[in-house]
Design a protein. Structure first.
Length: 540
């Protein structure tokens, strides 16, 4: 059977120079793209306040306690801020770096599983050309770090299983699995334990293989896990007695079992996202459909692959029955899925080329869609959006043309092409970032200027201003923090107007509907700037 990779490719190892080139492409636009709202801006602001205050135990958002997630990414980003300053690329550095590391992680595990054939490079290619992974991996979200540590724990566990029982290598891999699982917990919470535990139990039920339980080296792995995870939970709960109830009950059980988070979706919510992830590979996989049938595993490779399939299936099931759904939740499936699909695609001639052309089609369609959508919304296409859309489509075409000779061309083209479209999306009206708004408003803001956020909370304002704002009327995700320490909160528009009238130096970021209300009441204010989502007014 012909290989999917070009003739003459050394399948034994990817040279370090290639990894450097891929990394440079992966990080190419980190410093150019403005922070999207709400998630990217939120996870830029919390570590900014952490680094500024010096309190690395209690996360805060807009000066208020924020216990929705554990602190590992906040710590890493705050450390980056302390060394390199608060910038867009430092805000994204941790999440994007760990997303990129998932590619060599999948490559290394595929090489362990399949040997020195083309499967390892194919696994890396499958993951890198995955549009879902390529886009989410560029965002400042918690899911990328969670994905890396969860998959590292899973792969380490499977590596331990392949070692001589009770050997030092087995102990080392089990320690790596335990440490990675602990870091996953510190990335996004105790869901890591449920996902790993549930997948392992399901795998044992399917394969009737009880050997897993006998090789865990619990005298090492449990103390190591506790040593990494427990100290922060002790410190933060001692300083904040309300933490335990909110973090464990509200953020885990209530979100999973109820619609409290307002993120409900149908049971099939994640199926379109999974299809989007593998769409470049659907045509080659269709040709290999006869080999995709389930077979009871009879050797170590088969058992390992069964574990990976179980992992993917359990995550899809777990998040599908949850009452809280976001597209990013199934990201930890992607590296395992790349390893699973690699053998079928590696034996299919021209699969990389077909995938590159499919991705090219996606890029062209997305570029056209962004341009047409912008014109429909505002009657014109912003110059930056048009330029980046053309760049994204052009890069996709070049990648597709070069994919027949080099898998690296396919990867580089998809990585850079989807980043170009993200640059275009950053300029799609109304813009989902506050960078330009704050740049204009800054001239009206001095060191002593009072700052208000009226009937809205634009997540991007605080990190770009480097200051928090006083909340008026709006609670949203700040509700818990306002309950704990909301002495400065202004609950009504009337109270805000009273304070505004006596202020001598103040700036307010106002919801457009509320701005019209204020203007109808003839409240004294000077229009500074507006962008369709906020109106900035000044008192002086």
């Amino acid at each position: 059977m012909a290989s999917a990779l070009p003739a003459g490719v050394d399948v034994r190892a990817i040279p370090s120079s290639v990894w450097v080139i891929l990394a440079l492409a992966w990080f190419a636009t980190l410093a150019w793209r403005p922070l999207l709202e709400p998630d990217e801006s939120r996870y830029a602001e919390i570590p900014r306040e952490m680094a500024q205050s010096g309190d690395w135990a209690t996360p805060r958002l807009n000066g208020l306690k924020y216990f929705e997630k554990p602190p590992l990414q906040y710590w890493a980003t705050a450390a980056a801020y302390s060394v390199f300053g608060v910038q867009e690329w430092t805000a994204r550095l941790w999440s994007c770096a760990l997303a990129f590391l998932c590619i060599p992680l999948a490559y290394a595990f595929a090489r362990h599983l399949y040997g020195n054939g083309p499967e390892a490079i194919t696994a890396a290619t499958v993951l890198a050309v995955n549009p879902y992974f390529a886009i989410i991996g560029q965002l400042n979200v918690l899911d990328s770090g969670f994905c890396f540590f969860m998959v590292a724990s899973l792969f380490s566990f499977m590596r331990a299983r392949a070692c001589e029982p009770q050997s030092r290598r087995e102990l080392a891999w089990m320690a790596a699995a335990s440490a990675s699982l602990a870091l996953a917990v510190l990335s996004k919470g105790i869901a890591a334990l449920v996902l790993i535990g549930g997948a392992l139990v399901l795998h044992i039920l399917v394969t009737r293989d009880l050997r897993h339980w006998r090789r865990w080296h619990l005298h090492v792995t449990i103390p190591l896990f506790l040593a990494i995870t427990v100290p922060w939970f002790i410190v933060v709960s001692r300083r904040n007695p309300e933490f335990l109830q909110f973090f464990f009950i509200h953020e885990h059980f209530q979100r999973f079992l109820t619609d409290e988070a307002d993120r409900e979706g149908p049971w099939w919510f994640f199926i379109p996202w999974l299809l989007f992830a593998v769409i470049p590979w659907l045509v080659p996989l269709w040709g290999a459909r006869g080999r995709l049938r389930w077979r009871r595993p009879t050797d170590d490779v088969g058992i390992t692959r069964a574990m990976l399939w179980t992992w993917c299936a359990f995550l899809m099931f777990f998040f599908s029955i949850s009452h809280s759904k976001l597209p990013t939740y199934i990201l930890p499936i992607m590296p395992a899925l790349a390893v699973l699909l690699a053998p079928y695609l590696a034996k299919r001639a021209a699969s990389v080329s077909i995938a590159a052309w499919t991705a090219c089609g996606l890029l062209v369609l997305a570029a056209i869609g962004l341009a047409v959508g912008a014109r429909h919304k505002v009657g014109e296409v912003p110059d930056a959006l048009l330029i980046w859309s053309i760049v994204g489509a052009g890069v996709g075409i070049v990648a597709a043309l070069g994919a027949r000779k080099s898998w690296v061309a396919a990867v580089l083209g998809c990585v850079l092409g989807f980043q170009a479209l993200m640059m275009a999306y950053s300029n799609f009206p109304p813009v989902r970032n506050s960078k330009s708004l704050v740049a204009v408003a800054r001239s009206s803001i001095g060191a002593d200027t009072q700052l208000f956020s009226v009937n809205q909370y634009r997540q991007g304002v605080a990190p770009y201003l480097g200051r928090t704002l006083r909340m008026v009327m709006f609670r949203g995700e700040l509700a818990f923090g306002l309950e704990q320490e909301g002495a400065g909160f202004i609950p009504t528009l009337e109270q805000f107007i009273e304070e505004w009238r006596v202020a001598t130096d103040a700036v307010a970021f106002v919801d457009p509907a509320t701005f019209r209300d204020l203007r109808a009441r003839e409240v004294p204010m000077r229009l500074v700037v507006q962008d369709g989502r906020s109106v900035v007014v000044a008192r002086k």
